[in-house]
Design a protein around this ligand. Structure first.
Ligand code: PMP
Length: 352
């Protein structure tokens, strides 16, 4: 017997590469190409460091209140964490304690199976159809919980709220988690369903549409009961998840709705233009409602295009996994960045 027999064994999630080199056109982790709101910058620049002597507000009241107001909810319906990864991990720990398997799609955010393994939660992956859509009937069976990213990652495909409502309604005895990391780029949010279903948890993040991946802020919205359960587990784990700077910066972001609307609209406009150009270059892809496009070329293997882009300091994401190995996930950058990538692709594909 060695201490190694007592170690919790788990295969970790592999995050997208964060190159030290600033010259790279970085379209591999779905970050926002625009800076956070100038109000966020002002709050951070003016931050009184003396405040750091004290522990932060463990209830994160200022940010919870700002988010509750933004979404038309009560503060008892909002839970904040260190990025949506933290909120999702906490949700798996809190809500998926049953013996029945939890359900999520076979192609989705690749952290779900990692958390399930970490917490020893049984799970069954439900195959998306050939067009990467979820089949709602797959979720009308016995289960210990359901997780659906909407829009989905890495496919970019959005499900209609009415379809997700059917799934939530058919599973009153399970918690259904809808991961809305990308919803602000064109998805239909399930937040309006929260008052109707006490088993629905909607998770969002500041990392994409609010340009604050580096600050680590995510949040969940749901019934008072669900949020109460999450808080019980959080306060049994770590009372002070959110630092004082993150709380202040998060509030400033929520208070600048105009900037948020303007930058997300800009990303969406660039995405729509990029779709037209990629189609012209021979790529096929499901209609993306996200800040990325999941594209396969009609004739050139994804690995080859990935290597060629990388050789020219243009990073996208590629998974050597069944069903998706012929696809590249290309995050939406600035118009200038996308032009460089599209120009490169055009000359590469024509010259080969
Ligand atoms: N959900 C999905 C579907 C994602 O793609 C990501 C980003 N990797 C996250 C959640 C987590 O994002 P964050 O922890 O930065 O909020």
């Amino acid at each position: 017997m060695s201490w190694e027999d007592n170690v919790r064994k788990v295969v970790p999630y592999v995050a997208g590469e964060q190159p030290k080199d600033q010259d790279v056109i970085k379209l591999n982790t779905n970050e926002n190409p625009y800076p956070p709101s100038p109000k966020v910058a002002a709050v951070i620049q003016g931050f009184d460091c003396d405040i750091l002597r004290r522990y932060p507000d463990s209830d994160v009241s200022a940010l919870v209140d700002a988010l509750a107001e933004r979404h038309g909810l009560d503060r008892e319906q909002v839970f904040v964490g260190v990025g949506s990864d933290d909120v999702l991990a906490m949700s798996f720990l809190t809500f998926f304690q049953g013996k029945k398997p939890i359900l999520f799609p076979d192609i989705t955010y690749s952290f779900y199976d990692v958390w399930a393994d970490l917490y020893r939660i049984p799970y069954e992956q439900q195959p998306l159809d050939e067009t990467f859509r979820i089949k709602k009937e797959d979720y009308f069976r016995e289960n210990g919980g359901i997780v659906i990213a909407n829009p989905n990652a890495p496919t970019g495909v959005a499900s209609k709220r009415s379809v997700l409502e059917e799934i939530v309604g058919a599973n009153p005895d399970s918690v259904v988690v809808i991961d809305e990391a990308y919803v602000d780029f064109g998805g239909e949010s399930c937040v309006p369903l929260i008052e109707k279903y006490d088993n629905l948890l909607v998770v969002q993040t500041f990392s994409k549409s609010r340009s604050m991946a580096g600050m680590r802020i995510g949040y969940a919205m749901g019934s008072r009961k669900l949020i109460g359960c999450l808080n019980d587990v959080k306060f049994a784990f770590n009372s002070y998840t959110m630092g004082a700077v993150a709380i202040a910066a998060g509030v400033a972001s929520v208070e600048d709705e105009a900037y948020f609307a303007e930058t997300t609209a800009r990303v969406v406009a660039t995405r729509e233009r990029t779709k037209r150009e990629l189609a012209r270059l021979g790529f096929v892809f499901p209609d993306a409602k996200t800040n990325f496009i999941f594209a396969a070329h009609r004739s050139v293997p994804a690995q080859e295009i990935f290597d060629a882009l990388r050789g020219n300091r243009m990073y996208v994401r590629h998974w050597n996994k069944p069903r998706i190995a012929d696809h590249l996930r290309i995050s939406i950058g600035t118009d200038e960045e996308m032009d460089k990538v599209l120009d490169f692709l055009e000359s590469y594909l024509n010259g080969r």
